[in-house]
Design a protein around this ligand. Structure first.
Ligand SMILES: Nc1ncnc2c1ncn2[C@@H]1O[C@H](COP(=O)(O)OP(=O)(O)O)[C@@H](O)[C@H]1O
Ligand SMILES: [Mg+2]
Length: 235
């Protein structure tokens, strides 16, 4: 919860940065409906879960009905972000063991719901590419204005690419000091190759001095411009 600055400190410059990203997404929405949005990065720890959770809070504050859904069925973390149980979640729904209302959590933010992973499956890629999950997402569209899917890193497994085939757009996070520039470029290209609609790049953990930290960092959002990730320092 401490990582969700948009919730704890809505007047902070960080929350303001997230409102900026939110505006960019709303701007995209003028021409094409962006309702299901995934987030990925090259590797772990670049800030996907932090960014998606803050963005979701930011949208919920606009009185939008928002769902955050765990998309990393190998190494789930959404439940930790919100300090909630991961006993029942998306995998239990897909296996037909539970229904959605038995699994979805409300949060302290009105309009913000959370769907955690549930039991870790033995076949995550298969599950993520099933017709069942596509149908499930279509059903969710009826109930939420925005569905944010926290996907695994694209550099490690194909799951994020699979997820992007049924989302309307994908946000690519680059963690400054966490990833080599070349790897970030290749990862973004991999996403584009599978037909993902890459909405933009969030440059996370970036500080002009190169140091990262919540209180002295900046967020940057660049609409589909890989070249801007060059600000990422080489590890
Ligand atoms: N902008 C930021 N400034 C400082 N620390 C951050 C920032 N974004 C994320 N972190 C920290 O980096 C770590 C990884 O973030 P997380 O969102 O879990 O990454 P991912 O989901 O990509 O693995 C966490 O400890 C988180 O608190
Ligand atoms: Mg994560």
């Amino acid at each position: 919860m401490n990582r969700i600055i948009s919730l704890k400190k809505p007047k902070s410059s960080i929350a303001e940065a997230y409102r900026g990203i939110r505006s960019s997404i709303e701007f995209f929405n003028i021409d094409k409906k962006l309702q299901v949005i995934s987030i990925t990065s090259s590797i772990q720890n670049e800030g996907k879960s932090t960014v998606i959770s803050n963005l979701a809070v930011s949208f919920a504050r606009l009185d939008k009905r928002v769902l955050i859904m765990e998309g990393d069925l190998r190494n789930p973390s959404v439940h930790r972000m919100f300090n909630i149980s991961n006993i029942n979640g998306v995998t239990d729904i897909l296996l037909g063991k539970k229904n959605f209302t038995e699994c979805v959590h409300s949060s302290e933010v009105e309009n913000l719901h959370i769907l955690t992973c549930g039991k870790i499956p033995i076949n995550p890629s298969e599950m993520l590419s099933s017709k069942k999950i596509r149908d499930f997402i279509e059903e969710l569209r009826e109930h939420y204005d925005y569905i944010f899917i926290d996907a695994p890193p694209i550099g490690m497994v194909t799951d994020a690419g699979i997820i992007s085939t049924y989302t309307d757009g994908c946000i690519f996070v680059v963690g400054s000091g966490e990833v080599y520039i070349e790897m970030a470029k290749v990862s973004k290209e991999m996403l584009e190759k599978v037909g993902a609609n890459v909405l933009g790049v969030v440059l996370n953990k970036f500080t002009p001095s190169g140091r990262s930290g919540y209180y002295n960092h900046n967020y940057g959002y660049y609409a589909s411009e890989t070249k801007n990730t060059s600000k990422t320092k080489n590890k």
